[in-house]
Design a protein around this ligand. Structure first.
Ligand code: 8GP
Length: 795
């Protein structure tokens, strides 16, 4: 332990000396890593003891993804050591930022849902709440993206560093997960019992990672399961080598899709593995009687991927704890709650009945019984076919996981107000009518400790100097910045920091991608997964329009803008990959045109991940949040960018609606159709993109150029995009919204022409962003759903 820079230096240098020769940065990384781990161990142990001694109710957050990002720097921040260490290293001629670069990011998630889980565990620990994450220890995280000839290619990513692992293997807590087997009724001491004969066992080995809360006060656990071959007798129904191979695959890699349900046996195996291993451990570890489970444990399932927790808990309670169906159901439905993250039809999980029946025969029986009883309970009501369809768990040979999750939970939530309304009034209307008290909203949030304190240490420093440090604990106090939004010297300081963060991003990109960006240009940033509804296509089409305008109109010479893109497409998502290729092609054309380049620069940042985000977000002037209204459940990038003083150009979608509410529409650039209008068009099939082309010459010209192949090397790439816009009826309303999008961009240029006024708007955004801290979200979950008790801080 140390309390001063000098003390840190002394310990650090002694340890370095012990290690002997070697590359300095790498040695320094190793040393720092060991030092932080040692500080954490003691706190980690004491936290778990405290929970045990006080018999605290525990929350378990089940998630198939935890996109935690790099760990070292965040731990230093949360332990309050970052400044001391940074300054100490500076004096020793070492740069903390360079040392941090040596850590491979654990990319155990695809995007929003996985990152949300990571922010949530941070907030739980920071609020001193007994809440732990349960997930999977994929050997390979999300793929690394490279561009080859403008196309995305994918390479496997290995994040596990044998030397200084971020997690601890817990051999003592191993459990076994059963697959396959035959369900049989056997006579036991107390009557007939169900038994699964000759299952194929897979060993589940937990790896624990400490989750360090703010000020190092509480250290909770993120437990990730790894699949290994079992020591139990092998039933011999298949070749052992096949079994070994199949077992290793369970946690071999993360499914790289964030918007398509996979329907594959391996994915089902992963989901069950997570649920069964986690539930067995929770029940084994608990020091309470099983009837009191709901008073001692809350389980939150992050989307439907862990929805098998419902039948699995039923199985364990009935088969292993000998409870009756009614007792087990009462306990299950008072323990589990569910968060929905999407209404996209193609992302709603539906499992083939036979697949579950074969892989998990006992689980299938339980699901069938849940469905039967639920349908029976509906019999008194006069429900039409449509309602019965929406309310059935098993139908036409498929199991609908969302319905199972709602029926088996005591609370169900959407992730932003609009999204929850759409769930209640449309997507899950019938379910919400059956269970009116279950549905509630919990607008997402972000860990401000990572996204402001760590990613933008300079801005955090300015904020602390201006309003004091309380905002770090109570982020809503960022609102005090409002008083400084017209303070000239504060605004100047803000502008200087924005400029510095742009410079840091420029250096980073120069080093990694060999591109040079104009620091004085407007940094317009569009970062997220690639998907039709997120409309990266609209952004790039608009850039093409701007290019045409510059070439056509000698009086149109707009202020220089750099349009940044960052994001990955699911390897199987052909359309999204074509958009990536198109952006790279347009970038090459625009960037190589001497006239256009003075005004426009397009930069596609390769391999967007948490680390890249930490560079990009603080440097942004403009935040692109342009999804088709009704499609984006919430979005969280929108919150991170706002908190770093970027102005949003956005639709009334997801949490944008609440961002505009908090900051005022006059401090953002709002455009486009409303969710209701989109849904109306979809219902009535009344939108025809050709009518837009006929009435807008600029859009017509653009489409003509696209068709002629002027924006591609060879037409094939763009053909697919043109086909979606014209023949497929432009399902994401790109052409419908592009005119108002373009107008909003004109407003941005006008506003940017007044730097002080612009800075004032930025500061108002930061001041209004405290609401979007995940501390607020987690406190609301705790108050309304989990009912946890805060433990007093240990330090
Ligand atoms: C995302 C939503 O698309 C996004 O709007 C929201 O902010 C975020 O979840 C957190 O709530 N959904 C996913 O990332 C998602 O469904 N991913 C699953 C396939 C993993």
């Amino acid at each position: 332990m140390f309390s001063s820079k000098e003390e840190f230096k002394k310990i650090f240098v002694t340890r370095m000396e012990h290690k002997g020769m070697g590359k300095t940065a790498e040695l320094a990384y190793e040393t720092l890593w060991e030092m932080t781990q040692e500080w954490i161990q003691d706190r980690w142990y004491r936290t778990s003891q405290l929970y045990k001694d006080n018999n605290e109710k525990q929350l378990y957050y089940f998630s198939i993804e935890f996109l935690i990002g790099r760990v070292l720097g965040q731990n230093l921040i949360n332990l309050n050591f970052y400044d001391i260490v940074k300054e100490g290293l500076d004096e020793l001629g070492l740069q903390l930022s360079e040392i941090e670069e040596l850590e491979t990011e654990p990319g155990l998630g695809n995007g929003g849902l996985g990152r949300l889980a990571a922010c949530f565990v941070d907030s739980l620990a920071s609020l001193g709440l007994p809440g732990n994450g349960y997930g999977l220890r994929y050997k390979g995280g999300l793929f690394t993206q490279h561009f080859v000839n403008g196309y995305q290619t994918e390479q496997p990513t290995q994040w596990i560093q044998e030397k200084h692992n971020v997690d601890v293997r817990r051999e003592d807590l191993v459990v076994e997960v059963p697959y396959y087997g035959e369900v049989q009724l056997v006579m036991g001491m107390d009557g007939l019992k169900v038994k699964v004969e000759k299952p194929e066992w897979v060993k589940a080995v937990p790896y624990d990672m400490p989750v360090v809360g703010a000020n190092g006060g509480t250290v909770n656990t993120l437990r990730l399961w790894q699949a290994e071959v079992s020591d139990r007798p092998f039933p011999g129904h298949k070749d052992y080598a096949v079994y070994e191979h199949e077992t290793a695959k369970i946690t071999d890699r993360l499914y790289p899709d964030d918007s398509l349900e996979a329907g594959k046996i391996l994915r089902l195996k992963q989901q069950y593995f997570l649920c069964s291993a986690s539930l067995q451990t929770i029940l084994n570890e608990g020091s309470f009687s099983i009837e009191e489970l709901p008073e001692n444990v809350a389980i939150q399932i992050n989307d439907t991927h862990p929805a098998l927790a419902v039948p699995e808990l039923m199985r364990l309670l009935i088969d292993d704890y000998a409870l009756s169906w009614d007792q087990a159901w009462d306990i299950t439905t008072r323990t589990i709650s569910y968060t929905n993250h999407t209404i996209l039809e193609e992302a709603m999980e539906k499992w083939d009945r036979r697949l579950i029946q074969t892989l998990l025969p006992r689980i299938y029986m339980v699901i069938e019984e849940i469905d039967r009883r639920f349908k029976e309970s509906l019999q008194e009501q006069e429900l039409d076919d449509e309602a019965l369809h929406k309310l059935s768990i098993i139908e036409n040979g498929v199991i609908k996981m969302a319905v199972l999750a709602v029926v088996g939970s005591y609370k169900v939530n959407g992730v932003a107000k609009l999204h929850t309304e759409i769930l209640k009034k449309r997507e899950m209307k019938e379910l919400s009518e059956q269970f009116p008290n279950k549905f509630h909203n919990k607008t997402n949030g972000i860990a401000h400790r990572r996204w402001l304190l760590k990613a933008n240490h300079e801005l955090s420093g300015l904020i602390t100097d201006t309003i004091g440090p309380q905002w770090i604990k109570e982020p809503e106090r960022l609102s005090e910045l409002h008083y400084f939004s017209q303070n000239h010297s504060f605004l100047q300081d803000f502008q200087a920091i924005k400029s510095l963060k742009k410079e840091q991003l420029i250096h980073h990109l120069q080093r990694n991608q060999n591109v040079i960006v104009d620091q004085d240009s407007i940094f317009d940033i569009h970062i997220k997964r690639f998907h039709g509804y997120k409309r990266q296509l609209m952004n790039i089409l608009h850039i093409q329009m701007l290019y045409d305008r510059i070439k056509r109109d000698p009086t149109y010479r707009p202020y220089p803008r750099t349009f940044f893109f960052g994001g990955k497409a699911a390897p199987s998502y052909h359309f999204a990959k074509q958009v990536i290729k198109m952006i790279n092609t347009v970038a090459a054309k625009v960037n190589n045109d001497p006239l256009a380049r003075k005004h426009l620069h397009v930069v596609f940042v390769e391999n967007y991940n948490v680390t890249q985000a930490e560079y990009m977000i603080p440097a942004a002037d403009v935040s692109e949040q342009i999804s088709t209204a009704s499609k984006e459940a919430s979005g969280t990038g929108n919150m991170k960018l706002m908190m770093n003083g970027a102005l949003t150009i956005g639709t009334f979608d997801g949490a944008n609606v609440e961002i505009f509410e908090q900051v005022g529409e006059e401090n953002a650039f709002v455009f486009g159709m409303l969710a209701e209008q989109v849904m109306q068009h979809e219902k009535e099939k009344s939108y025809n993109p050709k009518s837009i082309i006929d009435s807008d010459p600029e859009i017509a010209q653009l489409m003509e150029e696209l068709i002629k192949g002027e924006w591609t090397e060879g037409k094939t790439n763009v053909d697919f995009i043109v086909e979606q816009l014209l023949e497929d009826g432009d399902p994401y309303f790109v052409l419908k919204d592009i005119r108002s999008y373009s107008k909003a961009h004109e407003q941005i240029l006008n506003a940017y022409a007044h730097p002080e006024k612009w800075a004032e708007m930025c500061v108002k955004n930061i001041a209004a962003s405290g609401y979007f801290s995940s501390d607020r979200t987690i406190q609301q979950y705790s108050d309304d759903v989990w009912h946890l008790t805060k433990i007093p801080s240990l330090y």
